[in-house]
Write a protein that binds this ligand. Structure first.
Ligand SMILES: Nc1ncnc2c1ncn2[C@@H]1O[C@H](COP(=O)(O)OP(=O)(O)OP(=O)(O)O)[C@@H](O)[C@H]1O
Ligand SMILES: [Mg+2]
Length: 450
């Protein structure tokens, strides 16, 4: 339903507008002062505002400017008194959509102006939606990588997106692309025309979280001056990304479990259940199994969420992705900063391929962006890379870990060590061979090995 707000100190004007428009599926709200009008606009988020320029407490032009700055998409129709055409012209210059002269002799005129404004607002909204869509779809194609696992991931996203799957759990270390995957799951699905919302479970307090997720009724708590829809309602027929789901409090987990099981929400302070159709994509970088064992995560919720798990491996386990990603980020960054950086020297490439990338794709992206901003030469060389690529990096991670993924293979360590030595001797192969205790021939062979 469309929302209209009438800001005019004359009560009969407000009732008149209400009456004229009441046959249509339009909700009309009224305010008698500028201050009330602005507050009301915050509450009802109107599509069209009918605004009298002469208000008891404020200059109508100020109200107009405030409205347009807070809600650039709202259409404001100015109501002027007889002989105030000049100020109406001023208002149009400040962004008003149209004006009407009082008294309203032709009610049809009023109706026409409102209908026209509404149509325009709807059209603009549609353009924004399509525009946003293109941007996002573009982002999905951006799941770059040639490794088998990334190829498989792209395929899986496509399949799952089009499926009926209601709940998907994405697991992967920080910076592996969980958000990108969630985005893909939404924008490749039939849900794409409906909202994609996200909430970070770690960044929000428990009390706030409940009303954020489920909404609240007016007066549910001191600050609840008006009713508000929660993310579950807002994302109806779309997708909700629950980021860092492992950090949800046990209390919230219980409430969320019910919502998942029954697919209904109840606003804070509310009494009725509201049915919602939302695909939940939960993301976590801590294995939920561990959280369950620690007693920090409900087992029943875990099983509910884990129906379709997607695991994104860390970058060091899909090294075929490193250079395609690096080249992609380089191209993007070079374009943005108008620099003619062509690529990487073979030695730089080798170092990047052997590096452990603890921050995964995000680290790679940030590094490349930094290199491009600082870079002056045509190619990125080993000397440009941070010290941990070449320096006294420990070949065995410091952290105690039972997982074999934390360790590097002998070949990787050897390669990294050779690179390190080559760095030190400024690529003098005779010196390097001597230090390494191998022949120059062997060294040359090892350097060309992939
Ligand atoms: N395969 C990929 N192709 C292109 N860009 C990627 C890819 N994977 C990740 N990125 C980019 O890397 C950055 C980090 O990805 P994202 O934010 O999705 O990670 P995340 O797993 O959600 O991390 P965190 O757990 O820290 O929230 C983003 O800029 C994202 O666009
Ligand atoms: Mg994320």
């Amino acid at each position: 339903m469309d929302n209209i707000l009438v800001v005019d100190d004359e009560r009969n004007i407000r009732t008149l507008v209400s009456r004229v428009l009441s046959q249509d599926p339009i909700e009309v709200h009224g305010a008698g002062t500028g201050k009330d009008g602005l507050q009301m606009a915050d509450e009802v988020d109107p599509d069209v505002v009918l605004l009298d320029l002469r208000l008891p407490d404020m200059d109508g032009m100020d109200v107009l400017r405030t409205l347009k700055s807070r809600y650039p998409h709202v259409a404001v129709i100015i109501i002027t008194g007889y002989g105030q055409i000049q100020s109406a012209v001023e208002a149009m210059k400040s962004g008003a959509a149209d004006y009407l002269e009082k008294p309203f002799e032709h009610l049809e005129k009023l109706k026409l102006a409102v209908t026209r404004a509404l149509e325009e607002v709807r059209a603009k909204r549609e353009v924004r939606r399509l525009h946003g869509l293109q941007e996002k779809q573009y982002r999905v194609d951006q799941l770059i990588g040639d490794s088998d696992s990334t190829r498989g991931l792209r395929e899986l996203i496509g399949k799952l997106a089009r499926s009926e799957a209601q709940t998907i759990l994405v697991h992967g270390e920080s910076g592996t692309g969980k958000e990108l995957v969630a985005c893909g799951l939404h924008y490749e699905s039939a849900r794409r025309d409906f909202p994609f919302m996200e909430v970070n479970c770690a960044a929000i307090t428990e009390t706030l979280f409940e009303s954020e997720l489920f909404g609240h009724e007016k007066g549910a708590f001191t600050d609840a001056k008006s009713a508000k829809k929660g993310l579950m309602e807002l994302a109806d027929r779309g997708t909700l990304l629950l980021d860092e789901v492992s950090e949800m409090s046990l209390n919230m987990q219980a409430k969320f479990l019910r919502c998942l099981q029954e697919r209904v929400v109840r606003r804070v302070g509310g009494t009725r259940d509201i049915r919602v159709d939302v695909r939940i994509v939960a993301a976590t970088n801590r294995p939920l199994e561990t959280r369950v064992k620690e007693g920090q995560f409900r087992e029943d919720l875990f099983y509910r969420l884990n129906v379709i798990p997607i695991h994104i491996p860390p970058l060091r386990e899909r090294r075929d992705d490193i250079m395609p990603l690096a080249r992609h980020f380089l191209r993007e960054a070079a374009l943005r900063s108008h620099k003619a950086i062509q690529g990487f020297t073979p030695e730089a490439e080798r170092l990047m391929l052997t590096y452990a990338w603890p921050g995964n794709v995000r680290e790679l992206r940030n590094l490349i962006e930094r290199l491009v901003i600082l870079g002056t030469s045509e190619h990125i060389e080993p000397a440009h890379l941070p010290v941990q690529f070449t320096g006294q990096q420990d070949v065995v991670p410091q952290r105690e870990s039972s997982s074999s993924q934390e360790f590097r293979t002998l070949a990787e360590v050897e390669r990294a060590y050779i690179n390190q030595v080559m760095q030190r001797v400024e690529a003098n192969k005779s010196k390097a061979a001597k230090i390494l205790g191998i022949s120059r021939q062997t060294l040359r062979k090892k350097l060309t090995e992939e």
